[in-house]
Design a protein around this ligand. Structure first.
Ligand SMILES: NC(=O)c1ccc[n+]([C@@H]2O[C@H](COP(=O)([O-])OP(=O)(O)OC[C@H]3O[C@@H](n4cnc5c(N)ncnc54)[C@H](O)[C@@H]3O)[C@@H](O)[C@H]2O)c1
Length: 256
């Protein structure tokens, strides 16, 4: 898909969290002119955000409470978004995710499954449902949040199941880029470094930010707007020749 319809929608998962990447991405995409379908396990947060975006930016926006790890619920939520009269879905940003700082020797089966189910199965469930609409609409753009943890085996806060789930997102991205490319759909991942949100066990103190920045080439932790800008570009019409890639937005933490 090289030219986009003038009226188009983006679905953003994980847009509930007040200081999170999903909300910043939703705001950025709304400012770029996208209508928005917002999904989050915190339904009231995305309902409120949809209302804010409608009032402040005049875009069409719908919020829907859904657990991305529940395949049937995901399908029903995307059906509802489409039936709410939004323009065709051209972009998907898979941002919803959970952290997991448990040491490997203490890891039980339930924690392993929780993290894989949300961070990897969830991306697959939402992507599969939305890709079906994109194929019917003639193309689209998919971007999913991986992490530098996939590339470095952790090292910031979360540990093994998180790294595994985020490495899975990179594999899923490459396989889907290959499968969906001929259908006019580009599929990419973003691997953020440490970003100032609440996912690493709550708000980062100044001391923690300084510690995290020690390994970086850019002397600060990242902001949600650093990631929102990358999402905005990868779902834009201009990014049509980029697919199957992982864009590292990490202040130089990992070079590849
Ligand atoms: N902040 C970082 O340093 C960092 C670094 C690398 C990658 N990431 C990734 O970026 C994404 C966003 O992270 P964030 O820092 O904004 O975290 P956050 O905790 O602020 O936001 C995560 C959002 O996902 C939602 N969510 C969690 N489980 C869900 C489920 N089962 N179904 C639907 N929604 C669910 C939460 O309600 C929340 O709104 C995550 O995938 C995360 O792994 C973050």
């Amino acid at each position: 898909m090289d030219s986009f319809p003038a009226e188009r929608s983006a679905i953003v998962t994980g847009a509930g969290s007040r200081r999170g990447i999903g909300r910043a991405a939703a705001r950025r995409l709304a400012a770029d002119g996208w209508s928005l379908g917002l999904l989050d396990v915190d339904g009231s947060a995305v309902h409120e955000l949809a209302e804010e975006l409608r009032d402040e930016l005049g875009v069409r926006a719908v919020g829907m409470g859904v657990d991305v790890s529940d395949s049937a619920a995901v399908s029903a939520a995307v059906d509802e978004i489409e039936n709410a009269g939004l323009p065709p879905v051209v972009a998907l940003a898979n941002v919803a995710g959970v952290s997991s700082p448990t040491a490997y020797e203490d890891l039980d089966d339930a924690e392993w499954e929780r993290v894989l189910r949300v961070n990897l199965f969830g991306v697959h469930y939402v992507t599969r449902r939305v890709a079906r609409s994109m194929v019917a609409n003639g193309g689209g753009r998919i971007v999913s949040l991986s992490s530098v943890s996939a590339q470095r085996g952790g090292g910031t806060y979360s540990k093994t199941p998180y790294s595994v789930s985020k490495a899975g997102v990179i594999g899923l991205t490459r396989a889907l880029a290959r499968e969906l490319g001929p259908r006019g759909i580009t599929v990419n991942a973003i691997a953020p470094g440490p970003i100032d949100t609440d996912i690493m066990g709550g708000a980062l103190t100044d001391e923690r930010k300084a510690q995290l920045a020690e390994d970086l080439l850019v002397d600060r932790v990242g902001t949600v707007d650093d990631i929102a800008a990358a999402i905005s570009f990868l779902v834009s019409a201009d990014a049509g020749y980029i697919t199957g890639q992982t864009l590292n937005v990490d202040g130089g933490l990992y070079m590849h």
